[in-house]
Design a protein around this ligand. Sequence first.
Ligand code: 6PG
Length: 477
Amino acid sequence: MAHVGLVGIGVMGREFALNLAENGHTVSLLDRDIEKSREVVSAGSALKGELIACADEKTFVEGMVAPRSVLVLVPSGGPLDSVIESLTPLLDQGDLIADLGNSYYKETERRVTACEAAGLQFLGMGISGGAEGARNGPSIMAGGSQESWARIKGPLRDAAAKFEGEPCCDWFGPGGAGHFIKMLHNGIEYADMQMIAEAYGIMRDGWGMEAAAIGDVFAGWMDGPLNSYLVEIAAEVARATDPETRKPMLDVILDRAGQKGTGRWSVIEALHLGAPASMMQAAVEARNISADLEGRRESALLFGAAPEGRFDRAQKDQDDALKSALKHLESAMIAAKVCAYTQGFEVLRRASEAFDWSLDLAAIARVWRAGCIIRSVLLDDISAAFEEDVTRKLSHAPKFTELLNDNAEGLKLVVAQSVTGGLETPALYAALSYHNASRTQHSTANMIQGLRDRFGAHRFERVDAHGELVNGPWHER
Ligand code: 6PG
């Protein structure tokens, strides 16, 4: 009899099933195409646990130890709802369905309610790390009832990535909390990737560097605070050669970015919550603009193509000048990364307050230390910063204040040079703008308030009368 059932033998499902079997678990497998399940059974035949290919829902359900735990790894939306619909009549009261896809958290909340009404339990679980992570240890973010979590956490902790022996796998709150956290993980992932792409653009278009040399710069960043999975694979991507043309791989990849929606949802949710998320927004917008390849080509004909030219080429050709420019770029990336994390965790804090989730920000940083796409050396320091004082904004924790203070000048220089050189660096720009705006003591919002009151009598607070809302003299005519 199986301890766990797994539905959906796509790339992620296949790898996760093998991971569970490697950790000694017996898993029933179900897919519309039984050949896919059979292939996994044979791929996993030497592993500790047993994999069982099931021909239909009935055999699948009957082959599991009760109360049953079913992990579903199918595309979110319609396919997931069909799986729930087909299993519900066969499952017993108290059985558990866990969705391991990238579902929208409000849909997860709807499914929790619907399953509970049918006597079943439902967990919404974000898993990160791609196919490699699914096989070797992903990061897992669960939400739903704590009782269901207690039931399934054993096998999941076995399969999860480990950071210094600690599983990167936790339960964070009721309803859609797990999927909300995974969504925000992806929002930060978007910002991280956009910053890396902008750094690549500065080196390629600003300083005329070849892809392989750019790869070497990324590899060099692995020795400092930028050490992260995404920077590591950026080095690999930049250094790779196309086997067909022998050109750098980056030169044969079309510059049109895809997206499945989690980054966009993060931005929309942040806007709803009133939490600044300008770096994620810049990243989503950049992907949107990149997608309009035809439009960009037409505009280039009308307005001249950007970037308009290499900045400071003659000077940058000199080794020392390039070295110092690269130092500034690394600084800019460090400062921007602190801003991206600060924004990301503030969105989580707002969500926790708005939805009454009591999210543990330190624990979220802990499960992101290994296995997930945004894993980086800074996440251990982030968890320590929140353990020390969870009420404090991340950039106000001493380690991060220092990182920002030490590197803000580099961010300013890089953004200024990019703007005047005609290069697009929206995420780095958003970081600088956020850093500047969030430390402005005397902002220009007094003008906004004056205008709101002038046209709509919305009233404003006076600096010399705390809390009282008054109208301006323009209403005394
Ligand atoms: C992960 C990834 C994963 C997936 C993204 C890609 O954490 O393992 O984030 O969930 O690769 O959904 O998203 P886009 O297709 O929107 O870039």
